[in-house]
Design a protein around this ligand. Structure first.
Ligand SMILES: Cc1cc2nc3c(=O)[nH]c(=O)nc-3n(C[C@H](O)[C@H](O)[C@H](O)COP(=O)(O)O)c2cc1C
Length: 321
């Protein structure tokens, strides 16, 4: 039984992943989507991972077999636990580059990338995709896609349970306008009983997630966790029976203590993902203002701990259990 933090550009960077890992030892983390070109050109240090991050999946996207092979070598050295190909992104920039969701219609090419990656590493390879393209609710294309790419050796698929609509609506609207079709994901699961099919899209309620875990061996969750990171506590306690009980002060202090000197200087990036930490509590507004002021001040990041000197009484009431 697995719960995955969905890859999210601008969100699942190393800072948010660290926060997520402090709260949830059991969730499987994903990086943001990284294009093969950025990975090849990037500073090697940028993609180093820390021991606590495992299990950690790296998501890559591209349209060139040799570059995928080059990336595979880099990824193997760094120690990621799985390589995931993005074949679901509907962004116009990504589509112009010839990758993302439009590759659902190019299964033979994706099969070649899978073959190239698999012949250079033993790290598991997976694909994250959608149910299809456009407004038609026909599963033929995605069935062909899964059949051909699995023949090349891909055994694991994360399915965002909606279509991608290219050249019509924004990336953001592509996460709400195409309807969720959980039943069609189930059809795929039945069609490919030997493959690992995980479901993603629109999960917000812990009971719905539990129910899905009775059907699938894994559920992937994105926005609900980013918009309320403490939802991870519910996941720990109600899915993994972890019986965790701690205060947000403990989470924040651990987070600050784990930053290295360079990260601590990068205040905006290090603090922006903490914004939603007090969501739904009466400290929420005070917390956001405190973060904003700290980011824009000359004070060290360590001063975030002073928030608790000023609000210790209220904080103690917000026990996470
Ligand atoms: C801000 C943002 C960035 C995203 N970036 C990626 C990405 O890099 N790769 C990817 O496969 N999906 C990306 N997604 C889609 C999510 O992984 C996920 O499939 C989608 O949000 C549906 O899951 P949810 O309803 O649980 O959020 C992104 C979603 C959001 C909100």
């Amino acid at each position: 039984m697995k719960v995955f933090l969905a890859p999210m550009v601008g969100r699942t960077d190393k800072y948010f992943r660290r926060l997520a890992r402090i709260i949830s030892p059991n969730i499987v983390l994903f990086t943001e989507m990284i294009t093969v070109d950025s990975l090849i050109r990037g500073r090697s240090k940028q993609y180093l991972i820390k021991d606590e991050e495992h299990p950690l999946v790296i998501q890559i996207a591209g349209d060139d077999k040799n570059k995928f092979i080059q990336c595979t070598k880099i990824i193997s050295e760094k120690g990621y636990d799985e390589i995931n190909l993005n074949v679901g992104c509907p962004s116009s920039k990504v589509i112009k580059g010839g990758f993302g969701a439009c590759q659902i219609e190019a299964p033979m090419k994706v099969a070649e990338y899978i073959d190239g990656i698999k012949s250079h590493t033993k790290i598991p390879v997976s694909i994250k995709t959608r149910l299809g393209l456009g407004y038609k609710h026909d599963l033929r294309d995605i069935i062909d896609f899964i059949r051909l790419t699995s023949e090349a050796g891909c055994t694991t698929y994360y399915i965002h349970a909606r279509n991608a609509i290219l050249n019509g609506i924004s990336t953001r609207k592509n996460r709400s306008i195409p309807p969720l079709r959980y039943n069609d994901v189930l059809k795929l699961k039945k069609q490919f009983p030997k493959l690992q099919i995980y479901i993603n899209g629109g999960f917000e309620d812990i009971n719905d997630i539990k129910e899905m875990l009775g059907v699938y061996q894994g559920v992937m969750i994105g926005r609900k966790i980013y918009n309320n990171p403490m939802f991870l506590i519910e996941i720990e306690n109600k899915i993994f029976s972890a019986n965790k009980n701690f205060t947000l002060e403990e989470v924040v202090c651990q987070y600050i203590d784990q930053l290295d000197a360079e990260e601590a200087l990068n205040k905006l990036y290090a603090l922006k993902h903490l914004t939603n930490l007090y969501k739904g509590t009466r400290l929420s507004k005070k917390w956001r203002i405190y973060l904003h002021n700290l980011i824009n001040s000359g004070q060290p990041i360590e001063n975030l701990k002073n928030f608790y000197k000023e609000n210790s009484y209220e904080e103690k009431e917000i026990i996470c259990s």
